[in-house]
Design a binder for this molecule. Structure first.
Ligand code: SF4
Length: 334
């Protein structure tokens, strides 16, 4: 399903998020209220707010699908994770591509973008001093120099995919969120393009390689999540979802439709239902896979001979009111 579509395929564009972003598995005690529902049928009908029972992002939903225990460690226990050079480089490259569009269109050259790699790394380091440990053993700075150069290479690869001088994104690093049946769906979209007639294209930059065909559905999960939120908030099904893989200068594009997003919404609700049930009984099982090699929590994982910390009881108390726990379990489809 790969394609390298020219940027002009969405018509003329008009002006108008791998560090994990934290989220709550369940609403905090002081839950906000939204999506008022009118009660009664007269003009004086009183809006009844809908309680938010939980919050889910594509990353955390994917964690649960990949390994329920990983979800627990990240979202409920909120255990710190060891930074990696690959993920940090991804954050730097995302920052560079976001800032690129601050420049006047004519100045968006590969040289200009590459020149911001070092400052973007410095900015990230100042905000997160613990990242200095990535190069603790690199007294001469040789590895750091190579790492920065590899980030510049990824930035250059971006220019092989599209010409930023011909684009004016509608939004960058955009928080999108919606509350559906009490479940808040939220996430950060790397970029949204909007055509003159209101059609949307959702862009996500990946610093890794394009997945094999068997793994395309998994890669598109995040994009369908964003498409669902945008559809539910703007009433427009994005015309195109595009993943840009900078390591090998390739793209994966997909055109969703409303029927599919309705099914996807049910899948998301089913995932949340499974999370809420696991929380209620404090049972998040490990699901070992080759991804364990990159997991920061192997020492606490029973599949690796470890013992998890006691389950936080406050998490359990917060899902008790979710009425969906009384409904039949529907297994996630994706
Ligand atoms: S080591 Fe593997 S099985 Fe254990 S929590 Fe991490 S990803 Fe899950």
């Amino acid at each position: 399903m790969t394609e390298t579509t020219d940027v002009t395929d969405l018509g003329s564009m008009r002006p108008a998020e791998d560090a994990p972003r934290p989220e709550s598995p369940v609403a905090p005690a002081s839950a906000t209220w939204s999506a008022p529902v009118p009660v009664g049928d007269g003009p004086l009908a009183t809006p009844l707010p809908v309680a938010i029972v939980g919050s889910l992002s594509p990353s955390r939903a994917s964690d649960f699908k990949t390994c329920p225990l990983l979800y627990r460690f990240r979202t409920i226990d909120r255990l710190p994770e060891t930074p990696t050079r690959a993920a940090t480089r991804g954050t730097v490259v995302h920052s560079v591509l976001e800032q690129l569009y601050d420049l006047p269109a004519a100045d968006r050259t590969v040289e200009a973008a590459q020149a911001t790699v070092q400052p973007a790394w410095q900015q990230l380091l100042e905000a997160n001093p613990e990242l200095s440990q990535l190069f603790d053993a690199d007294a001469e700075g040789v590895e750091l120099a190579g790492w920065l150069e590899s980030a510049r290479d990824l930035v250059a690869n971006y220019f092989a995919l599209e010409d930023p001088r011909r684009l004016e994104p509608s939004a960058r690093e955009q928080l999108v969120e919606v509350v559906l049946d009490g479940l808040r769906l939220r996430g950060y979209v790397d970029r949204i393009d909007e055509s003159a007639d209101g059609e949307l294209r959702v862009i996500d930059y990946k610093t890794g390689s394009i997945p094999r065909e068997a793994f395309e559905a998994k890669a598109l999960f995040q994009m369908k999540f964003y498409a669902l939120v945008l559809w539910r908030t703007r009433g427009v099904v994005p015309r195109q979802l595009r993943l840009m893989y900078l390591a090998d200068s390739d793209t994966l594009s997909y055109q969703p439709d409303a029927e599919e997003l309705v099914r996807f919404e049910k899948t998301i609700q089913a995932i949340w239902q499974a999370i809420a049930r696991a929380t209620l009984i404090g049972d998040f099982r490990p699901s070992p896979s080759r991804l364990c090699d990159w997991c920061s929590h192997q020492a606490l994982c029973p599949a690796k001979g470890g013992t998890p910390p006691p389950f936080p009881t406050e998490a359990l108390a917060k899902v008790g009111d979710d009425r969906r726990l009384a409904e039949p379990v529907v297994e996630p489809e994706v």
